[in-house]
Design a protein around this ligand. Structure first.
Ligand code: ATP
Ligand code: MG
Length: 440
């Protein structure tokens, strides 16, 4: 998680929920999380499991990751563990590594008030924040969190929970409730608007009417968020198994077009091909996740940005008479370049987006050895899956082409050769220029 800006000071008091009054137990934490908590407590520090893992567990969902908070500073945390690394330049966190499992341990964060100059952030000469560790009390830490169900702290020593903002009520009434004034907290950090949508869908909760209205009127503020912060949040939004439902809510709240400005004006028709392609991709992604199949953000971005890219390429051909091939390349670069100014897509994903796109035209050139070579291309599978989606949306020749590839992959070698011969018979091969006889 990347850090959010500081919140307005809020005073919170914890409600203590004893072990017999809730269902979470120490054994709900991974053994390594338990070990980290135990070690910190043995060194006389306070230590709690907090946030998503407590909330999810109380709602009967198996938590994915376990965050630990403590009053020990990063250096003090490091001194307690051999397998500990401090990460983050602006916000220092400790990562305790156990093989493949990493437990993130953060120090309670406090407010940056004007009255707090002593501990204000360190700045580099050019003004960039290099250290922004304003440590605080557990109450201050709770007040910085976003929703009431995210400010519950599980105490491993007696299995009690400290509930600072009545998160339990939000869970029982199934309402997404903000800590503090909703508008102020959205203004402080507009990412909370997409987090509200994410939790509403993930936890099957309602967003209260006033929060809904505020999201609609403040959606544009998301455009001010540094692109690097959005990649992970957007991946969690759309690639967590409930992408289709999330898309619908994002669109209802006018957030989707802020995240993907290239689609502005393209999604007005709910039956339009642009809307359909995105919905179909998310439906597929959701079912792949349900079957524990691999998914990649590259496929998401390739799909969402396909029609804007295609439209731009067509416009370039029309305006400048360059070849469709060159137009396609230029449009691909332009559309990706513009998108990464809103959501920073790491190169390891943007390169495959371009490959998936470039393979679309190669999949239609079925002659000679090409189809056989394409089958071994590392991005073939993703490109074929994408062609299949386009075929389902557009039908016609595209669907025929997609079906041909489905068949071509399935059949044995000799049948593949037959399929190729069949294509040539139907005139599907390359257009060969007749060799002119040299004039005598
Ligand atoms: P999940 O694991 O499903 O993503 P989570 O609640 O753990 O849910 P994270 O993004 O991992 O979500 O954040 C961990 C905790 O940090 C949250 O529970 C919340 O308390 C706090 N947090 C995260 N992002 C923000 C934010 N933008 N504003 C305030 N608090 C935040
Ligand atoms: Mg989490």
């Amino acid at each position: 998680m990347l850090p959010s800006p500081p919140p307005s000071p809020l005073r919170l008091e914890a409600k203590l929920i004893k072990r017999n009054d809730h269902t979470m137990r120490l054994t709900d934490l991974t053994p390594n999380t338990q070990k980290v908590l135990r070690t910190l407590v043995e060194h006389d520090y306070q230590a709690y499991a907090v946030g998503g893992c407590v909330r999810d567990r109380l709602m009967g969902i198996t938590p994915k990751d376990f965050d630990v908070v403590t009053n020990a500073t990063p250096e003090q945390i490091k001194a307690c563990f051999r397998n500990c690394r401090l990460i983050g330049r602006r916000f220092r966190l400790a990562h305790i590594t156990f093989g493949r499992e990493i437990i993130e341990v953060a120090t309670f964060r406090g407010h940056h008030g004007e009255d707090n100059k002593e501990s204000m952030a360190k700045q580099s000469q050019d003004g960039q924040l290099i250290r922004d560790n304003i440590f605080g009390s557990i109450e201050e830490d709770a007040a910085r969190r976003d929703f009431t169900f995210n400010a519950m702290y599980f105490d491993a020593t007696d299995e009690s929970i400290l509930d600072f903002a009545d998160g339990m009520k939000a869970i029982s009434t199934r309402q997404v409730e903000m800590i503090g004034d909703v508008e102020t907290r959205f203004r402080e950090d507009p990412v909370r608007m997409i987090r509200a949508v994410r939790f509403a869908v993930k936890l099957n909760m309602r967003i209260p009417e006033d929060m809904q209205t505020l999201i609609k009127t403040h959606a544009h503020l998301l455009g001010n968020i540094p692109p690097a912060r959005l990649f992970e949040e957007v991946s969690k939004l759309l690639l967590s198994g409930k992408g289709l439902a999330t898309l619908k809510l994002l669109q209802e709240f006018k957030l989707f077009k802020v995240l993907f400005p290239a689609l502005e004006g393209m999604l007005n028709d709910p039956k339009g091909k642009e809307q359909q392609l995105i919905e179909l991709m998310l439906k597929n992604t959701d079912s792949r996740i349900a079957q524990e199949m691999r998914i990649t953000p590259a496929f998401l971005y390739a799909t969402v940005l396909w029609y804007p890219m295609e439209e731009r390429a067509e416009q370039l051909v029309f305006d400048t008479q360059i070849s469709p091939h060159d137009a396609f390349n230029i449009a691909s670069s332009e559309v990706i370049h513009r998108q990464v100014q809103r959501i920073m897509l790491p190169k390891r994903f943007s390169i495959p987006v371009r490959e998936i796109w470039a393979l679309q035209s190669r999949l239609s050139k079925r002659f000679g050895k090409r189809p056989y070579q394409l089958l071994t291309h590392p991005r073939f599978r993703a490109a074929y899956d994408f062609l299949l989606l386009r075929g389902q949306v557009e039908g016609g020749a595209l669907l025929e082409l997609a079906d041909w590839w489905t068949e071509f992959q399935k059949v044995p070698q000799d049948a593949k050769a037959n399929m190729m011969r069949e294509l040539i018979k139907r005139g599907g091969g390359p257009r060969r220029h007749k060799k002119r006889k040299p004039k005598q």
